[in-house]
Ligand binder design. Structure first.
Ligand code: ATP
Length: 220
């Protein structure tokens, strides 16, 4: 499975946000997007998922244009930047809805074992995020978009999430963005820098310094 996001143009009140985006993600690879605050990363994921309408955008899957919002195809799961599971939903209900096995989950995240019958509102922000990331990654969808999965998550859990991402990439196309650039660089097979509304394919991570995303010497 190959997904391409092409020719995206997005404006808010005549201000251009995206104007020359091309991004390709494929099963077996993790595609990372880096970029500074406000450069349009979340907008790009929302446009790709289909819940934000751009002036122009073209999504192709295996070379075939997708003319309806991607979320209507049941091919994609999406972790937005903010909590998306309702406060009043029970955790076990969410696992059932996403068709994800609770017992396998608690094998990896033992400390969350007592929470099966809790409502989401009873969890800390990070605990909630871990469950949302896990459900987004593990549910039976072929394309996964992850917007800031590492923020608000403790270092040990970040390592577990990275391992899960590596595991899931074998059968899924995963697109990921986060400001924790070291983790994005570590997991990604392909990296795009989003800058001035355009994506730039990064061949060598030192280019992240040349394009002034990172200070010179950061990666030494
Ligand atoms: N609904 C909206 N109306 C007007 N402007 C918006 C709207 N949503 C986003 N923007 C603007 O679009 C730009 C891109 O926003 P976006 O959230 O995609 O950035 P981002 O790269 O994800 O940033 P961050 O890393 O800080 O989360 C920003 O300048 C933002 O102010």
């Amino acid at each position: 499975m190959i997904i391409e996001i092409d020719n995206v143009e997005l404006y808010f009140n005549n201000k251009s946000v995206l104007n020359g985006v091309y991004l390709k993600a494929e099963a077996g690879k993790i595609t990372g997007i880096l970029g500074s605050n406000g450069c349009g990363k979340s907008c790009l994921l929302n446009i790709s998922f289909g819940n934000l309408k751009a002036k122009y955008s073209l999504i192709r899957i295996n070379n075939t244009p997708i003319l309806k919002p991607l979320y209507q195809t049941k091919l994609v799961s999406y972790l937005p930047q903010h909590h998306f599971i309702p406060n009043k939903m029970m955790i076990k209900t969410a696992f059932k809805l996403f068709k994800v096995d609770w017992d396998v989950f608690v094998n990896t995240f033992e400390t969350l074992t007592p929470y099966k019958n809790f409502y989401f509102k009873k969890l800390s922000g990070g605990e909630r995020r871990i469950i949302e990331i896990y459900l987004t990654l593990k549910c039976p969808r072929k394309i996964v978009f992850l917007d800031e999965p590492f923020s608000h998550v403790a270092p040990l859990y970040i390592e577990k999430i990275k391992a899960l991402i590596e595991e899931e990439k074998q059968k899924k196309a995963i697109v990921i963005t986060d400001h924790m650039y070291e983790h994005i660089i570590a997991v990604s097979d392909t990296i795009y820098l989003l800058k001035n509304g355009c994506t730039k394919l990064i061949d060598n991570v030192k280019e992240l310094e040349d394009y002034k995303y990172l200070s010179i010497g950061t990666l030494d």
